[in-house]
Design a protein around this ligand. Structure first.
Ligand code: DGT
Length: 148
């Protein structure tokens, strides 16, 4: 009988949330600050879930801290896993359709509203590159439903 191979280290999973904020047919992206990992890359606003928070609470907090808005967190669109060296992330992407206030770059180097197709030519996190077809499909089909 073969025994299952035991790993000496437990995988370390970091739960992360990110939001798709839309304006017309554009989506909001922010450029990661110099002081953080993946500096300069364009990401969807969000961050790590803190202990005791639900994913929605975490995303609402991150959007308050990063953009200065009070947001109503919508539907979970999809989740994915990604490994950066010895760090594993589980990332949940939510739709965010309603918020109070105008997003300001309180954390990012800058914010931009872009057409989703533009994501393909931007420097974005590896995790999102892998997910690009799914991201485009999600944003594309939503817009068709909302706009037309
Ligand atoms: P901190 O304060 O340094 O713990 O940072 P947080 O809580 O703002 O979290 P952050 O942004 O450093 O961690 C999010 C992780 O998820 C990071 O490894 C980058 C990765 N990630 C991949 N795609 C995205 C995305 O679209 N948005 C965000 N926010 N993070 C992403």
């Amino acid at each position: 009988m073969t025994k299952p191979v035991k790993s000496t280290r437990k995988p370390h999973w970091i739960p992360v949330v990110a939001g798709f904020l839309r304006r017309g047919n554009q989506v909001l992206v922010g450029q990661r600050p110099e002081t953080h990992s993946l500096a300069g890359l364009w990401e969807f606003p969000g961050g790590k879930i803190e202990p005791g928070e639900s994913p929605e609470q975490a995303l609402a907090r991150e959007l308050r801290e990063e953009l200065g808005i009070e947001a109503e967190i919508g539907a979970l669109k999809f989740s994915a896993t990604h490994t950066y060296g010895d760090v594993n992330i589980l990332i949940l992407f939510f739709e965010v359709q309603f918020w109070k206030g105008e997003p300001r770059a309180k954390h990012h180097l800058m914010l931009e509203w872009i057409h989703p197709e533009e994501l393909g030519s931007r420097a974005i996190p590896e995790a999102n590159k892998k997910l690009l077809p799914l991201i485009l499909k999600t944003l594309g089909s939503d817009w068709q439903r909302t706009n037309g």
